[in-house]
Design a protein around this ligand. Structure first.
Ligand SMILES: Nc1ncnc2c1ncn2[C@@H]1O[C@H](COP(=O)(O)OP(=O)(O)OP(=O)(O)O)[C@@H](O)[C@H]1O
Ligand SMILES: [Mg+2]
Length: 374
């Protein structure tokens, strides 16, 4: 499903074609090709230093690609300076003008627009209402909380109604609740204004909630591009599987292939496991992976199920909506298992507790096989 070099189509709002950025001998961005449609909320996701900000800066025109081409709205951006691009960027370390009020900060970028003062005022009001800060219009930045400041920066970058808005870690300073709230707000704003957003984040949950599509970056290259559910359910590599969400991963040997069913022997699990997969032959080495929430935990041995493992509850955390178990197998290997607490019971009455013997079941369709990577 995922591809690292999508075929360019004329309808795409942004086309990045074979873009590379070298800093001296260091390749910060390595031959990246990707297309973003009009009105998309696209996330660039990856660990620190993988090249996200550099790629964004090239879109904005603050950095020149060493090789490759960038098209925005059909126009080749080569030689087009930042201020002539239909783009606005909210920086990772956004800076508000400390001596200006919230309203003046938001209206700042509109000064150079051909706009009457009355219209400018209206636009500022509208933007402040959108980020729910109308009541703080006359405050100065130092009189705001970190989250409020961040929303002022967001309103300021939206005020010019750019065709393309680049957000670099826009929610970095917010606490979990406000982060979630603002994520919905951004998605809402995006929907209302139809602006194309590219959001950089190293927070995978944020990318999953916000974005219509995600590009997973790793050391300058794109590992996978897809809808959040694609990336999560069908990761194309061990790297992506491991990067997105939590996962149980063990080494395995393919022992038998029967149509779509691949049987592997996993020493760490002390068991053979059946996986729905294709393209494997007996004798190959693989990484066997399954996510904690795909494992069913029960105290009774499930009748007739395949891929049943027996273990003991070593550790168990109650998190309200779900519980996380650490189950120790007879081999000594420990698996993570997630169970939703659908019923209202006291923590100690949940499915299993310390030292309980339990059975774990993983359906062949929920298990994945990956080739080992360098
Ligand atoms: N001007 C520069 N000169 C030299 N190296 C640079 C320059 N800018 C960035 N780099 C290097 O390029 C790599 C990518 O940097 P970039 O800022 O794009 O990472 P990032 O993915 O945004 O990381 P973070 O999540 O930490 O913000 C890093 O190794 C960084 O040190
Ligand atoms: Mg960065």
């Amino acid at each position: 499903m995922a591809e690292s070099e999508p075929s360019p189509s004329q309808g795409d709002f942004i086309r990045i074609e074979g873009v590379t950025k070298n800093f001296g001998t260091f390749k910060a961005v390595d031959n990246v090709s990707l297309n973003i449609g009009k009105g998309e909320l696209f996330a660039l996701l990856g660990g620190s230093g993988c090249g996200k900000t550099t790629l964004l800066r090239m879109l904005a025109g603050f950095e020149t690609p060493t090789a490759g081409r960038i098209f925005i709205d059909g126009q080749d951006m080569e030689g087009v300076p930042a201020y002539d691009r239909p783009v606005n960027m909210m920086f990772q370390s956004y800076a508000l003008f400390p001596h200006m009020t919230v309203a003046a900060n938001v209206g700042y970028g509109l000064k150079h627009e051909d706009m009457s003062p009355a219209r400018r005022q209206d636009r500022v009001k509208e933007m402040l209402a959108m980020v729910q800060l109308s009541h703080l219009a006359d405050r100065k930045p130092h009189q705001l909380s970190g989250g409020q400041r961040q929303r002022v920066a967001l309103a300021r970058s939206l005020a010019k109604l750019p065709k393309l808005l680049l957000l670099d870690e826009p929610l970095g300073a917010l606490d979990k609740k406000l982060r979630e709230h603002t994520q919905f707000e951004i998605a809402n704003i995006q929907y209302k204004l139809g602006i194309t957003f590219v959001v950089v984040t190293h927070d995978q949950e944020e990318a999953m909630t916000l974005a219509s599509r995600i590009a997973v970056m790793d050391r300058g290259i794109i590992r996978q591009i897809g809808a959040p559910s694609d990336i999560y359910e069908n990761p194309n590599s061990r790297f992506v599987a491991d990067f997105i969400g939590s996962i149980n991963m063990v080494e395995a040997d393919v022992v038998r292939v029967d149509g779509e069913t691949v049987e592997v022997s996993a020493g760490q699990l002390g068991a053979h496991v059946k996986v729905l997969a294709h393209g494997w032959s007996p004798g190959e080495r693989a990484s066997l992976a399954f996510r904690p929430e795909k494992v069913t935990i029960s105290r009774k041995k499930p009748a007739g199920a395949v891929n049943v493992l027996k273990g003991k509850v070593q550790d168990f955390g109650y998190f309200g909506k779900d519980s996380l178990y650490r189950i120790k197998l007879p081999t000594g290997h420990v698996l993570s298992v997630n169970a939703v607490n659908a019923e209202r019971v006291a923590a100690e009455k949940a499915v299993a507790t310390w030292e309980d013997e339990v059975y774990l079941t993983v359906s062949p369709a929920s298990a994945m096989l990956f080739r080992s990577e360098a």
